[in-house]
Design a protein around this ligand. Structure first.
Ligand code: CA
Length: 253
């Protein structure tokens, strides 16, 4: 079944930070969305996140000559690899930007086959809202997530832990990042949510579901839903930059 993809994005510095170090881009014809979160405590995080998002968007839009024939997963891995290299090079070239890094979570859908792939580094997340249930599709690459999996912290303790944003991997650092790739099939009616941790630090999955249900029920547009998620995170404290990208899948006719 051929599909149609609609997208919306929303980003906000939140209530406590003067700069927005998140970056986001989404493209309906290209069937993709990308979210990046410049690393807190590192210089030039906003530069890193914008650089990474731009590079991934460019690579997914055009495909390089070398990967036009490659599968969706290979294209995504190549896009993330290029972004990682760009951020690392820029960090080395400019002393003011040394050590900058960023998370990256990108989703691309092939509208003709219905295949999708997520490329993921760091702790920005991808969720799927399907038939009234919300499923986390990515695994946070963080110290606290490893502690949760080892049974030493609960998810709720991890969410509130002072080290919750300590990443085990990011783009632009000395060691080349190895993205997690998640592949699958979309279904008509699916809604994919990509977000920075400024959303999930403020909102539980149940909070997110409440916003999605309210907005779906009222038949608002995707943009309104994206804005409503950001507003809800600000209502809950807005301690970090908040970024959301939504990608909705419907039958093409
Ligand atoms: Ca953040």
């Amino acid at each position: 079944m051929p599909y149609r993809v609609d997208v919306a994005t929303s980003t906000d510095p939140g209530l406590l930070r003067s700069r927005n170090e998140d970056a986001v881009q989404a493209d309906a014809p290209g069937g993709f969305a990308v979210v990046a979160d410049g690393m807190g405590g590192h210089p030039a995080g906003d530069v890193a996140s914008r650089l990474a998002v731009g590079r991934v968007a460019d690579a997914l839009t055009r495909g390089s000559a070398s990967n036009l024939d490659a599968g969706l997963g290979d294209r995504m891995a190549e896009a993330v690899r290029l972004a990682d290299g760009d951020v690392r090079r820029e960090g080395r070239a400019d002393p003011d930007r040394a050590g900058m890094g960023t998370t990256l979570t990108a989703l691309v859908v092939d509208p003709s086959s219905g295949r999708f792939v997520i490329g993921h580094v760091g702790d920005s997340r991808a969720y799927r809202w399907r038939q009234g249930s919300l499923e986390l599709l990515t695994r946070d690459q963080t110290w606290v997530q490893a502690e949760v999996e080892a049974g030493r912290l609960t998810s709720e303790q991890a969410r509130r832990h002072p080290w919750s944003s300590v990443l085990s991997q990011a783009l632009g650092l000395e060691t080349a990042a190895v993205p997690s790739l998640v592949e699958g099939e979309v279904r008509a009616g699916d809604l994919y949510l990509l977000c920075s941790d400024g959303l999930t630090a403020m909102l539980t999955d149940d909070d997110i579901v409440a916003v999605l249900e309210a907005d779906t029920g009222e038949g608002q547009g995707l943009e309104a839903t994206a804005d409503a998620l950001v507003a809800r995170a600000n209502d809950a404290g807005g301690v970090d930059n908040i970024t959301v990208a939504l990608l909705a899948v419907t039958p093409s006719d």
